[in-house]
Design a binder for this molecule. Sequence first.
Ligand SMILES: [Zn+2]
Length: 432
Amino acid sequence: MNLLFELLRQPSISAQQIGVDKCAQILKRQLLDYDIKATIYETKGSPIVYGEIINPKNTKTILIYGHYDVQPPEPIEAWETPPFEPSIRNGKIYARGVGDNKGQMLAHVFAIKTLRDLQIDFSVNVKFLFDGEEESSSHSLPEFIKEHQELLVADVLYNADGPLDSTGRPIVYLGNRGMLYVELTAIGATQDNHSGNKGNIVPNPAWKLINVLQSMRAGTDGEVLIEGFYDDVRPVTIEDIRHLQEQPFDLQETGRVIGYEALDMSGEEYYEKLTLTPTFNISGLSSGYSGTGQKTVIPSEDKVKIDIRLVADQDPDDIYRKLVAHIQQVDPSLDIVRVGASKPTRTSMELESVRQIISSVHDAHELQPIVLPAIGATFPGYLFQELLGTLSLLIPYANADEDNHAPNENMDVELFFKGIETTCHVILNIGK
Ligand SMILES: [Zn+2]
């Protein structure tokens, strides 16, 4: 626990570049202390900490990804104990970054220590890639992977991040959704105008946005109306459906956790919408005056931010081209900015390493894990898949109420130890 607390005491806020270098140094020293060969690679952003245990006799390699940077701790006054002074209460460790991701990341390192202390041999090469700017979109990671392909060659990319199911059941995600993020701007006059004195004279750009938004998504069922949008969505098979039907689902509990008790759908529909279906979300819409009382104004400029979550095998470049073509047809006066893009991944459940990992999680928790085709969120797993041919899996180790990114972030002590156990099983099973 001392090692974890040492790492938690060191702030490493990538968004503000606070303490990141120092934290990388501590992490490197910790790996070396455990007899793991470790190197720091400088990037344009935060350093990457790399470690490895290689035996040329081994035929398989697992690449473990984690991140040592954390979200800003604000608002500080909402924390019961200071964010960078870890403390244990009610069976949980409280500190910024304990769940996301320092605790989950170090669980892998402790697994190596555990196996060695128990003198249990393992016959798999283990590589660690610890990112220092995951919370800031891992900007340096693509270039690092491109430049170090040989170093990073592996059979499986293993990432422990995020929470277990709210009932405490472990989850194995076989991939992730991708994302395309765009921002549209509509311009009316070059200045704001009085809505009486200039009403009906200057156009209001809000209507342009409403018009184009309505043309892109059906109001009834949310179907995306951009031509060709669904062309590359991998068809859902009968086996996929059967598999989703088998996963446990508690409608009321799920509705309660997300604060939407009107939720009404079957488990199969829930998982299909979350893992096999793309989204089209308005994540920000700004126009005119939104303060208290009235202000009668015709705004000169309005913006909308849209995030589109993509599923296998949609390609963000292709979707962006189709989106631009659609908008240019509806309203060529709109300005379109592509803010970010990331591809989806999806690994087959039939692969040997995948089966080994699923049974490892089962062994550690003594519970059948929920196995889902993808996590709804986004992770740059595609970089490893495309450049290195590595399949990527995500297995969360933290509690459902870890409150990551929020005040009083925490990690259940028992789950922290379960995480160590899980990694031990994974390393032993993959080496078999
Ligand atoms: Zn995070």
